[in-house]
Design a protein around this ligand. Structure first.
Ligand code: KIV
Ligand code: ZN
Length: 516
């Protein structure tokens, strides 16, 4: 097989990144984009972990067409059964079950003998197989396991019906040479190996996840498990964009292809970053904001004369626009629609109207509206939930010396208009306190990020944040040339999400009495 199967686990292992919890709408949105990106398998979640996880996997299985939809299950009957319930309606479902094979895990964590673990693995693969043709088995901590024992387990689960064997470097410990020899050894020593797909799943604790995955591929692995932007537990997982672009750019070395539409990479990276609230470091390979920027004079001179002097990939290959068309205040609705279409947005007339209003507001403040600005506006507009609370006005007084003070006016869905004033440690804190006085939904601000979408004094500020309400987390986003307004918008969108969930019966409603 000369194609590498791309198994995306952004929604499962990626969501295990500290602070990256996503709700089911957000997971579905990412899954739809992963399908457009062309991944072969989407690991949609861990259905037994919580009712929310189960629901998200089930929705993705029902609604996302194209990729195989996998759910994760420990090697336990209740996990396998729950996983099957969640994925069964997918066009192509997969059950992914796992059990540790290393002595460290078996003796200290699972308190299980090697023989017992082998029997459990076989029994659970059989159980999964009784539901689903497509069964993946992962020996957890495989890279710190005794080789002889590991190969014995793999042989036994192939016999039990596993169709993919996934070698997990759970703690990011292996080196590329060792990974090569481990996978090569499987092909030489494990009976029945030719019937299954061999996969690698690497963590990045020593910064070698991509190199280890590529070493596995060179030894014969044909599935790589990875996440967008490399997010994941601790230091993260193999980054999808890096593995795909390495295979693509160095086809001379690997001689392998993937099904990925590389022009969707940037868009997917930005979506995941915006919904998880995890920023992409500027020097991140492939998708960092500096990945295609040439700063040194010598490099700039070379690139201007001939791009290939200092560029091994073209920015357009990963989704940067090939032309630098910018819109301005004289651009009309037609130009906006065409540009948005080129950027991949198919809008209804109503959505276009809303986008046009936002565009005009921005164009009045900024001379040039770039593609990044348009994407920020669209991210804001398309992700609006039903507004229980609409922010009509926000005003702040701040400075040095001054007591930061904010006044807000909010309209409820029933048409009530309320005004509140509050002071705080800074203007954003004051605005949030004023909003809280009206909305009255006790919450904790867990994450708050602000960044400028483009360079320049008139740049659009994008704020993403996460709040926790009654044990559930809600993300919010806002974009505006005024940081305080963007912050207020982000907070309102998170509160509106929380209010919508509460209205759907998952919490308690609230509208504070204490208003001015
Ligand atoms: O890192 C790991 O071991 C895992 C398994 C569940 C595949 O994520
Ligand atoms: Zn993992």
């Amino acid at each position: 097989m000369d194609r590498v199967i791309i198994f995306d686990t952004t929604l499962r292992d990626g969501e295990q990144s500290p602070g990256a919890s996503l709700n089911s709408d957000e997971k579905l949105e990412i899954a739809q984009q992963l399908a457009r990106l062309g991944v072969d398998v989407i690991e949609a979640g861990f259905p037994i972990a919580s009712p929310d996880d189960f629901e998200a996997v089930r929705r993705i299985a029902r609604e996302v067409k194209g990729p195989i939809i996998a759910g994760l299950a420990r090697a336990k009957p209740e996990d396998i059964d729950r996983c099957w319930e969640a994925v069964r309606e997918a066009e192509r479902p997969r059950i992914h079950t796992f059990l540790s094979t290393s002595d460290i895990h078996l003796s200290h964590q699972f308190r299980m003998s090697r023989e017992r673990a082998l029997e459990e693995a076989v029994a659970m693969v059989r159980r999964a197989k009784s539901y689903c043709e497509d069964v993946e088995f992962s020996p957890m901590d495989a890279t710190r396991s005794d080789r002889e024992y590991l190969y014995r387990v793999l042989e036994a689960v192939i016999e039990a019906g596993a169709t993919t064997l996934n070698i997990a470097d759970t703690v990011g410990y292996i080196t590329p040479d060792e990974m090569y020899s481990l996978i090569k050894g499987m092909f030489e020593r494990v009976r029945g190996i030719e019937k299954v797909v061999v996969s690698v799943h690497c963590h990045n604790d020593l910064g070698m996840a991509v190199a280890n995955s590529l070493a596995g591929v060179r030894a014969g692995a044909r599935q790589v498990e990875c996440t967008i932007n490399g997010i994941g537990e601790r230091a993260g997982n193999t980054s999808l964009e890096e593995i795909v672009m390495a295979l693509n750019t160095r086809a001379d070395v690997y001689g392998l292809t993937t099904n990925i539409d590389t022009t969707q990479i940037l868009k997917t990276s930005r979506l995941v970053s915006s919904l998880t609230g995890i920023p992409v470091q500027p020097n991140k390979a492939v998708v960092g904001s500096n990945a295609f920027a040439h700063e040194s004079g010598i490099h700039q001179d070379g690139v201007l004369k001939e791009r290939s002097t200092y560029e091994i990939m073209r920015a357009e290959q990963v989704g940067y626009a090939s032309n630098n068309l910018v819109l301005g205040k004289h651009s009309g609705r037609h130009a906006l629609r065409v540009r948005l279409q080129e950027l991949g947005y198919q809008l209804t007339p109503e959505e276009l109207n809303r986008a046009f209003v936002r565009f005009k507001e921005l164009a009045d403040k900024k001379k040039e509206v770039s593609d990044r600005d348009l994407e920020a506006i669209m991210a804001d507009e398309l992700r609006q939930t039903t507004e229980t609370y609409h922010l009509d006005l926000v005003q702040v007084l701040c400075g040095e010396p001054a007591i930061p003070t904010a006044t807000v006016q909010i309209r409820t869905a029933e048409g009530q208009v309320r005004t509140a004033t509050a002071t705080g440690t800074g203007p954003v804190d004051a605005v949030y306190r004023a909003i809280d006085q009206i909305v009255g939904l006790p919450n904790r601000l867990e994450v708050y990020n602000v960044h400028s979408v483009t360079s320049g004094m008139d740049a659009l500020a994008e704020v993403s944040l996460r709040i926790e309400v009654d044990g559930r987390t809600y993300h919010g986003r806002g974009a505006n040339t005024d940081i305080v307004v963007a912050s207020a918008g982000a907070y309102m969108s998170a509160l509106n999400r929380a209010a919508a969930t509460i209205a759907a019966g998952h919490g308690r409603p609230a509208l504070a009495e204490a208003t001015v």
